[in-house]
Design a binder for this molecule. Structure first.
Ligand SMILES: Nc1ncnc2c1ncn2[C@@H]1O[C@H](COP(=O)(O)OP(=O)(O)OP(=O)(O)O)[C@@H](O)[C@H]1O
Ligand SMILES: [Mg+2]
Length: 351
């Protein structure tokens, strides 16, 4: 009910057609100045533009760190009203097999820009950079090897005319030949301090009633992923009038630190049966996934008083469980295995 009433209110506001947008889009940085963190990347890109040209770019790094936002803001600044003629954006929702590289990308790349000669005639350094067309290949991890191989010739052949910006999460998914044609920029997860100011600004603008420890909780859960911060904040806002820390954990389905401590104690001290009952029940009642328990147990394990050997054994074993869970094995069997590993680690420590 609460969710509906808030959506209705926002749609009735005639002043802001943006109100219906997901906050990740509404608050996507529109200029390079609005980007938090990644300062050295922005400064370097700005220098390239001031000097009159961009190299081919390869942006890589974890989700929600501003890769797409950076290139869109840069392109908007560079091309202004010419954006639609000068920029070709392709992302994972577009087909990017070898045919698209041969047809769409090649056609776009081979046509000279009408604006190019006019810009360069002015001899203005900023517009010199803008004489190149820009092809943005977002989420390039999903391009086939054959398509990437076809691309490397095109990058070379049309360098006079076009710049490429290739974006992915893992640089290793891009073939070495393309990597060596591009200048690489690694985007790092945003730190809590860097995200805080932007989040405070959004909380104020949207009039969100949220406690300081809930804000902190969101920032910790997001682990440097700004998209996640905004999505969680918006979900909490839609579901609760006043957001507290419990609301944040409920919405995200993440285990609370207090629950995690109880789980950890139970794993170390309880009998196998009661430990199994306790954790299965917690998973059921709070809807927590085993992967999230495992990931969040790590700091508790590294800080605990078990001897080094047991800690190494535990971390290694939990890594195997995480791997198996990622390959869709059964939560229940892996939970049993996890408890078993803890029992063995405690036995090792007692010897
Ligand atoms: N550095 C940043 N400064 C300000 N907002 C950011 C930043 N990084 C991400 N965001 C916010 O998070 C949202 C997602 O960012 P973006 O699409 O640029 O991430 P990405 O790095 O391309 O992630 P993915 O690898 O999943 O595509 C943006 O709409 C923006 O609101
Ligand atoms: Mg992106």
């Amino acid at each position: 009910m609460e969710v509906d009433s808030k959506v209705d209110l926002s749609t009735q506001n005639p002043n802001s057609s943006e109100d219906n947008l997901a906050w990740v889009e509404k608050y996507r940085p529109k200029t390079l100045d609005e980007l938090v963190s990644q300062d050295s990347i922005v400064t370097t890109l700005q220098k390239y533009i001031d000097l009159g040209g961009l190299p081919h770019l390869l942006f890589y790094g974890p989700p929600g760190t501003g890769k797409t936002s950076t290139i869109l803001a840069l392109a908007a600044q560079l091309y202004g009203k010419k954006y639609r003629n000068m920029v070709l954006e392709l992302n994972a929702s577009d087909d990017r097999g070898i045919d698209v590289v041969r047809d769409q990308i090649k056609n776009f790349a081979m046509t000279m820009s009408v604006f190019g000669s006019a810009f360069s005639a002015k001899n203005d350094s900023n517009t010199t950079a803008a004489k190149y067309k820009l092809i943005i290949l977002d989420e390039a991890d999903s391009m086939t090897q054959a398509a990437q191989a076809a691309l490397r010739r095109i990058i070379e052949k049309y360098t006079k005319n076009v710049r490429f910006c290739i974006i992915c999460n893992y640089a290793s998914k891009i073939i070495p030949a393309i990597q060596s044609r591009c200048t690489k920029f690694r985007f790092t997860p945003l730190s809590i301090d860097q995200i805080s100011d932007r989040v405070e600004y959004i909380i104020k603008t949207e009039n969100v009633s949220i406690s300081p420890d809930a804000v902190r909780g969101i920032l910790e859960i997001a682990k440097g992923d700004m998209r996640r911060v905004l999505n969680v904040l918006q979900s909490c806002y839609l579901a609760y009038d006043n957001i507290d820390l419990d609301a944040v954990y409920d919405v995200t389905g993440q285990p609370k630190p207090s629950d995690l401590k109880l789980v950890f104690n139970s794993l170390l001290n309880d009998q196998f049966d009661s430990c199994y009952q306790y954790i299965s029940n917690l998973k059921l009642v709070k809807g927590i996934a085993l992967t999230d328990i495992i990931t969040n147990l790590l700091p508790l394990i590294t800080d605990c008083k078990l001897p080094g050997d047991s800690i190494i054994y535990l971390i290694n074993s939990l890594a195997s469980i995480e791997y198996r869970l990622a390959n869709s094995s059964t939560d229940d069997i892996q939970l049993t295995a996890m408890i078993g590993y803890f029992k063995l680690a405690v036995e090792m420590a007692a010897q």
